[in-house]
Ligand binder design. Structure first.
Ligand code: OAA
Ligand code: MG
Length: 566
């Protein structure tokens, strides 16, 4: 364990390292190895020492100059998917340079490697596929998953992001092509949270797809069959989870991502007591939204328990957020969570969730079936309940209509509107719609990014309420403390740390989140708060506890600067 922690302290140093590739006689494979390749940045001495003479043109370049050139090239592309492909190629050619670009230009590049462009990339993954990234585990590998894990070149894995592709963002079932999501999420683990790339493993579990279009697509990269369900599905996942623990131990974090509702809740409940697991869509989204709501109180007034919340969408994000808000109110007011839940209402595709609908309701919706007469849709629910906060987690775009936002604005001086569904096409409303229809009074944040909007001579800057603020720092906190279980209190700790990072300057612009440009600093704060909670709860195994956890988190973070080779 000590050695992996030392490996993590991968900061800036003059220490010489050995580029550990197989080649000795020729440097050719060094140039082809993304972990060690530096392109024109190999020094004269390194070119001599590693048999690179003649394999590179005579010029040498600094990493800065390479960065300048690449950013210039990427900006030439008009089509976001082309930028995505250029960045993927860079990641596979020169990993450190890829992360240097991502870290230094996070606000510009996040919409490419992440939502919304990553969504389009998944839809077209088969046709843009060049080299595989991540690990594919399909029904064909049943009974051999441990062997498959051993085929992965890295042995000391700290974070796995796994999807089965059934609910990719708000785009639905993309089957095996969901791989873009774990790959993108883990790129953020490194760039935003500082977990070293070699410790990150993207996994896609392919049990088939029900997406007819993909099944017919000649370029589809997955199994051409309908999704396995029931016992067959559960057994494959069980084999995977057991193999992961056997191969990587108790402290590897498994982040479930973009599973369909029924599986997401079941997997989290099933493995939450035996493994270190985290569901980003349920728990990560909950922590980021709670942070935004708590921060927004500065602008909209009152305490959390003074507000009434209405959700459109009662899936992973909706019920996850609702539960965390109820838990936070309960902790702050000493009122049992069964009571605090009553401040929160959810609308699904069948209307308001009320007690008379309880019988056929799925388990995860049942806590939200409060006493009320039936209400058929969102607009009527807004009018009947008069919420102060409206949250969209439906995966369905354009559902916060003009009527809905006007109704909400008729009884709220400053309505808080969060349109969380991704990518941009699925956002419940645009930033412009929220500001225009509320006549500039809404406090607005969205899951996918929107540009600032000018309304009535004033510029409004929407915040991005995306779990990307939370999961990288959250995971780092688990890794540096050697945590073996996730607890809800750690989510609250992460959320509190994020809310604490919003400055007066941000509030003045109407922002309820800090800018992503500070994300590494924010991640260190989140990691420290999460680690502190892990120690407090007795689930941390890295003993002794470092005194200053923020400093420790920062010291563990991966640096993308080139190393010098001996
Ligand atoms: O990936 C994102 O942008 C946020 C997320 O987890 C989702 O929408 O499923
Ligand atoms: Mg997700």
């Amino acid at each position: 364990m000590e050695s992996t922690l030392k490996d993590m302290r991968d900061g800036v140093s003059d220490q010489l390292v050995t580029p550990w590739t197989y080649s000795v006689a020729s440097g050719y494979s060094l140039l082809r190895d993304p972990q060690y390749n530096k392109g024109l940045a190999f020094t004269e001495r390194e070119r001599d020492a590693h048999y690179l003479r003649g394999l590179l043109p005579p010029a040498t370049a600094t990493q800065q100059l390479q960065e300048k050139k690449l950013m210039h090239n990427i900006r030439q592309y008009q089509v976001p998917l082309q930028k995505y492909m250029a960045l993927t190629e860079l990641q596979e050619r020169n990993e450190r340079l890829f992360y240097k670009l991502l870290i230094d230009n996070v606000e510009e590049l996040l919409p490419i490697v992440y939502t919304p462009t990553v969504g389009e990339a998944c839809q077209k993954y088969g046709s843009i596929f060049r080299r595989p990234q991540g690990l594919y585990i399909s029904l064909k590998e049943k009974g051999r998953i441990l062997e498959v894990l051993k085929n992965w070149p890295e042995k000391s894995i700290q974070v796995i992001v796994v999807t089965d592709g059934e609910r990719i963002l708000g785009l639905g079932d993309l089957g095996c092509q969901g791989m873009g999501i774990p790959v993108g999420k883990l790129a953020l683990y490194t760039a935003l949270g500082g977990v070293r790339p070699s410790a990150c493993l993207p996994v896609t579990i392919d049990v088939g797809t029900n997406n007819e279009q993909l099944l017919k697509d000649e370029f589809y990269i997955g199994l051409r069959q309908k999704r396995a369900t029931g016992k067959e599905y559960a057994e494959l996942l069980n084999e995977f989870m057991s193999a992961v623990k056997q191969n990587y131990g108790e402290k590897v974090l498994v982040q479930f991502e973009d599973f369909a509702n029924h599986n997401a809740f079941e997997l989290l409940a099933k493995y939450g007591t035996t493994h270190l697991v985290f569901n980003d869509d349920i728990q990560g989204t909950a922590a980021v939204v709670l942070a935004g709501v708590v921060a927004a109180l500065k602008l909209i007034g009152g305490t959390l328990s003074d507000h009434k919340f209405l959700f459109l969408g009662a899936g992973e994000a909706g019920t996850g957020i609702a539960e965390l808000i109820a838990l936070e109110i309960s902790k702050k007011t000493n009122v049992p969570v069964e009571e605090t839940r009553k401040k929160i209402w959810l609308v699904d595709s069948k209307g308001l969730i009320v007690s008379s609908r309880k019988d056929p309701l799925q388990n995860f919706k049942k806590p939200w079936a409060h006493e009320h007469e039936p209400v058929k849709d969102l607009l009527d629910a807004v009018k009947a309940l008069k919420p102060t906060v409206l949250i969209g987690s439906s995966g369905v775009g354009r559902t916060f209509t003009k009527e809905v936002i006007e109704a909400l604005s008729s009884f709220n001086e400053k309505p808080l509107i969060m349109a969380l569904s991704n990518p941009t096409s699925q956002s419940e409303c645009t930033a412009e719609e929220a500001y225009t229809w509320s006549k500039g009074r809404a406090i607005f944040a969205s899951g996918s990014p929107f540009d600032p909007v000018e309304y009535d001579g004033k510029v409004f800057v929407p915040g991005q309420s995306n779990n990307a603020y939370i999961f990288p720092g959250f995971g780092l906190g688990l890794v540096i403390s050697g945590a073996i279980r996730v607890h809800d209190d750690m989510l609250l700790a992460a959320s509190e740390a994020l809310a604490g990072q919003v400055s007066q300057e941000n509030f003045d612009k109407g922002l309820i989140y800090p800018p992503f440009s500070n994300i590494r600093k924010i991640s260190a704060q989140i990691a420290a708060n999460v680690a502190a909670k892990a120690y407090e709860l007795g689930v941390a195994t890295r003993i002794p506890r470092p005194e200053n956890l923020v400093k420790y988190a920062e010291s563990c973070m991966y640096s993308p600067l080139y190393r010098n080779y001996r």
